[in-house]
Write a protein that binds this ligand. Structure first.
Ligand code: MG
Length: 269
């Protein structure tokens, strides 16, 4: 569950939690609704993306106080800069962190991940026993991740997140997701995967991932809408719908402990 991200703002939906206390509260509600992982970003006092390690530390501490067994996944996403600061939050040793293994043109920006920075982030995650979630916005990023496993810069089995529906990147089409999953399974035996649909593609990506054996992600980072006509009321509302879809499909909802087993994480001590 991705409560905030770097793009969603209160102007889009007042329910987007931006400041640390409201993020903590929103994650807590989403956890009660069934979220096992919190993929977190932080914002500065103007509401803009930042990699400020102190803010990440405050958010982690507050979330774990209310949700002691939730898995924290910190974002090292590109909208928060393109220097070594991007990995500054890893000093807090979250159980997971996102990493993107390439660059791509989005509609109005270069989503930039210089190879040297990618290597630096991966090295820091290896040193700290942080499980990466490899964010795949374009096909080349999958092969880059596989190369990094061969160079022992990333550990096997990989865990990847296919992000679909961003303009100029991967379209939200089922045959493309099927191809991505086939290529992941061919190149990375034992890998686990999640899919996220951005904006209006969120629910259909849940359906496809549940059918195809993947995991699902939701949250106001990915869509501020609940459906075509309604804003989402909260992250918890989105999680409730995703959890119901998982149950209705016969897949079920993993507790944090079960999610750790699926992802090969060692429980926090
Ligand atoms: Mg993110």
């Amino acid at each position: 569950m991705a409560p905030t991200g770097n793009v969603s703002r209160k102007e889009h939906n007042p329910a987007v939690p931006v400041e640390i206390p409201e993020q903590i509260e929103s994650v807590h509600q989403a956890y009660e609704a069934g979220a096992s992982i919190a993929h977190i970003h932080v914002r500065d006092s103007q509401g803009n993306p930042t990699s400020n390690p102190d803010l990440f530390g405050q958010l982690q501490e507050g979330v774990l106080k209310h949700c002691p067994d939730i898995i924290i996944q910190m974002s090292t996403g590109a909208r928060a800069g393109n220097s070594s600061e991007r990995g500054g939050m890893l000093v807090h040793n979250p159980e997971m962190a996102s990493i993107c293994t390439g660059s791509v043109n989005f509609k109005n920006i270069i989503y930039e991940n210089h190879p040297a920075l990618v290597a630096e982030l991966a090295s820091s995650m290896l040193d700290r026993n942080i499980k990466p979630e490899v964010e795949i916005f374009d096909l080349s990023m999958l092969y880059a991740a596989v190369d990094m496993v061969e160079r022992k810069e990333l550990k096997s089995p990989l865990h990847v997140q296919f992000v679909m529906g961003i303009a100029n990147a991967l379209p939200a089409e089922k045959h493309i997701l099927e191809f991505l999953v086939q290529e992941l399974q061919r190149t990375s035996p034992g890998a686990t995967w999640t899919a996220a649909g951005v904006g209006r593609h969120q629910v259909v990506l849940h359906q496809w991932a549940l059918e195809m054996g993947g995991h699902i992600r939701t949250g106001l980072e990915d869509s501020v809408q609940f459906d075509k006509d309604n804003l989402a009321k909260s992250n918890a509302q989105l999680v409730e719908r995703a959890a119901k879809m998982a149950l209705d499909s016969g897949r079920g909802v993993a507790t944090p402990t079960e999610a750790r087993q699926l992802l090969g994480l060692t429980s926090p001590t």
